[in-house]
Every structure is written in C-alpha cells, then in structure tokens.
Ligand binder design. Structure first.
Ligand SMILES: [Zn+2]
Length: 202
C-alpha cells in the first residue's frame, strides 16, 4: 500500500522522515492545496482498528482533498481556514476534537505544523481521552423518524459528537446509538451548540 507521494521525504526539510514513520501518533501530511500526501503506519493502524479497513486508502487516495472527507460545511470551512493560516503564517496550530465510536468516548489533540519550505503541513493526532461511552452519561434514544427526520427526510448529526438534532426541539441533540454505528444515507451534518462553543469557535 502506497502511503506517501514519491518526493515526500525530500519535502520535510528538517523533520526526520523516520520520526514520522516510527511515531505511535496518527500522522498525515498535506500539500499546499490540502491534498493528502502522506499517512504514517500508526494512522493506518488506527483507521483499521476503528471501523476503517484495508480499502481506506482506496477511498481516500493520495492526492485527494482531505477537506472533502470532513462532514458538514462548518467543519470543512473551519479546517480550510485554519490549515491555510498555518501555511500563510508558518505558525503551528493546535486544537481539540471528539471522534467517538458507539462504545468509546474519544477526544483528540491535534497539532498542525508547517513544513519549513512552506510546501505543506504535517498533522499529528494524539488521543487524550479514551473512556467507555456509558460513563459519559449521554441520553441514549432510539432511532425514530418522527423525532429526527426533517421535512426533506434527512436527519442532522453533529460532525463532532455525532449526536442527532431533534426536529421539533432543535436545541436538543440526542445520542442515537443506531445512527452512530451506521450513519444513514440521509444524514446531513452540522455542529451542535455545545461542540461549537467548546471545540470550534475561533
Ligand atoms: Zn456535538
């Protein structure tokens, strides 16, 4: 499986390629156009362990836009803006995000470093919390069309915490395990107010 573009190691200019390769953190590299140019073995390992599979790099091949893989306009804009800022200013950027599964509450710390010659980014993801979802005390509700389907027959899931928005009470977002395990085709994505305030407000 090809994990990096041919000239990736020569782009690093000061960062040791072996350091990225041997890291236990999940690391990826982006070009100036924010296209994927590198993933390290830990990234592959994490993806395989957490619902991904061997075809992951086929779905997100080298050279493809990483922004397209984020769900929802808010998050797409958030990452585009902040990644571009790192490229422009040459200053690293740090933030936290949630990426939970059905049974695990997981929070990550992400650091984005500019390559010294300005030709791309290195994005390092560190897991900071990995605890049973049941300890989180999220209100689990059944997947109910009446409660969650809007008039275009779509549900709205938070891109960050993956809770689903109620249609008649839009301020309320519930943990719907069935839709976390299998995201329905008719899903749209937004950010719930708590995630927005905590993670995404710039
Ligand atoms: Zn949320």
């Amino acid at each position: 499986m090809k994990r990096y573009i041919n000239n990736f190691p020569t782009k690093l200019n000061g960062i040791d390629f072996k350091t990225l390769e041997n890291s236990k953190y999940s690391i990826y590299g982006l070009s100036e156009e924010l296209n994927l140019i590198y993933v390290n073995p830990a990234w592959i390992h994490f993806a395989q362990e957490n619902g991904g599979n061997d075809t992951l790099l086929e779905n997100l091949p080298l050279g493809s836009s990483v922004i397209k893989t984020f769900y929802g306009e808010t998050i797409k804009n958030f990452y585009t803006k902040n990644f571009m800022k790192v490229l422009e200013t040459g200053k690293p950027w740090r933030h936290e995000y949630e990426c939970s599964s059905l049974n695990k509450f997981r929070q990550f710390h992400q650091e984005t470093y500019p390559l010294k010659n300005g030709t791309g980014l290195i994005v390092i993801n560190t897991i900071t919390i990995n605890s049973p979802m049941k300890d989180k005390g999220r209100n689990s509700l059944k997947a109910s069309g009446n409660r969650y389907l809007n008039d275009t027959n779509f549900i709205t899931q938070c891109s960050n915490c993956r809770c689903t928005q109620r249609v008649k009470e839009p301020d309320v977002w519930d943990w719907v395990p069935e839709w976390v395990e299998n995201m329905p085709e008719n899903s749209s994505h937004s950010i719930c107010p708590i995630c927005f305030d905590y993670y995404w407000k710039v």
